[in-house]
Design a binder for this molecule. Structure first.
Ligand code: DON
Length: 327
């Protein structure tokens, strides 16, 4: 409030800014490729394709939301960015990257492949994200590991609500042949960190359960925008000033989101939009404008590369209207 009274806000002409954002948002609602919602589990297949929501949170806590900004969605692969940041902040990026590379794979997000060093290419695709999951408080009981991540998500969100969709979790687990195959392939190639509990069928199943549970965490645009703003703010939550992610892993996750966060479209997204982002198969995506704000977009229909049609179109328009591209 004192910053506002002194006119020291990070976006001073807020009215002008939000008017432009509203125009972009409404234009995208009607004027974009229709795409298709994900159908591999019934919970996603049943989602209303017309849902369209957007929220912004600046690093000084100014907030603006439009449309279905309070509608819940599952993080799905958006969780991969937060999980990586949380684990790297907990045990150090160097440890994490002794098991996972930094390069875009140029392959599908769930492809069964490793890089030239026999590691998953990066933490933003399934292979790398499964390894990240095994590094979460390894050695503790599963319930404590889940609680740890949930609490970290809540911290990133400034205490706002993070839910869990059990139906999505159960469906994910029922349709997980690819993730099992991928995990056995990684087990065969000794990709899993020493001391992790994947030695037998039961251990592997428990690790994958945790991975599916984190995909099934639920939030809405308003809250995810705060989480993205925490990443924009060097790991410090703009709502309460709490340090959630150490500065180095915060920088690292943004670098990886920039190069690998949008599936097989990551290069083109970096080229046109020039901002770190992470999308998920639920149609949600987060975008970070470093040192300025976090954005969350939610439009369920996906394009050919698996990204939200409306979300990507919004980002392209954003860059036409504002000087946010990194370069
Ligand atoms: O692992 C899976 O197949 C999904 N639950 C991951 C979802 C997702 O968003 C795909 N993205 N990379």
């Amino acid at each position: 409030i004192s910053q506002a009274l002194r006119n020291h806000l990070i976006i001073p002409s807020w009215g002008e800014f939000t008017t432009k954002i509203r125009n972009i948002f409404e234009e995208i609602r009607t004027n974009v490729d229709p795409g298709n919602v994900a159908t591999y589990i019934p919970q996603l297949a049943r989602i209303d394709p017309n849902i369209w929501g957007m929220s912004i949170c600046t690093i000084d806590g100014q907030r603006f939301s439009l449309g279905d900004c309070k509608t819940n969605f599952c993080f799905q692969s958006v969780s991969k960015a937060f999980n990586y940041a949380i684990v790297a902040s907990d045990i150090g990026a160097d440890v994490v990257h002794s098991y996972i590379g930094h390069e875009p794979s140029g392959r599908l997000f769930n492809e069964i492949c490793l890089d030239a060093n026999g590691k998953p290419h990066n933490p933003m695709i399934n292979a790398g994200a499964i390894i990240v999951t095994t590094l979460i408080k390894n050695g503790l009981p599963m319930a404590d590991r889940f609680d740890f991540v949930l609490n970290e998500y809540k911290k990133l969100a400034g205490g706002e609500h993070i839910g869990f969709n059990n139906a999505v979790f159960l469906s994910e687990r029922d349709t997980a042949d690819r993730n099992y195959a991928l995990s056995y392939y990684m087990k065969e190639n000794k990709c899993f960190p020493r001391g992790t509990q994947v030695g037998d069928m039961m251990g592997l199943r428990e690790e994958l359960d945790l991975y599916f549970q984190l995909c099934s965490l639920e939030t809405n645009c308003e809250t995810a925008a705060v989480m993205a703003a925490t990443l924009a703010n060097g790991g410090v939550c703009p709502l309460n000033g709490e340090m959630c992610i150490q500065p180095r892993p915060c920088r690292d996750v943004l670098s990886l989101m920039y190069s690998c966060g949008m599936y097989d479209f990551s290069g083109k997204f970096a080229f046109h939009v020039g901002l770190p982002a992470k999308s998920g198969v639920s149609g949600a995506m987060i975008v970070v404008v470093p040192n300025l704000m976090g954005i969350c977009l939610y439009g369920p229909p996906l394009d050919q590369t698996g990204n939200s049609c409306k979300g990507v179109a919004f980002c392209r328009k954003l860059i036409e209207n504002f000087n946010f591209h990194n370069y």
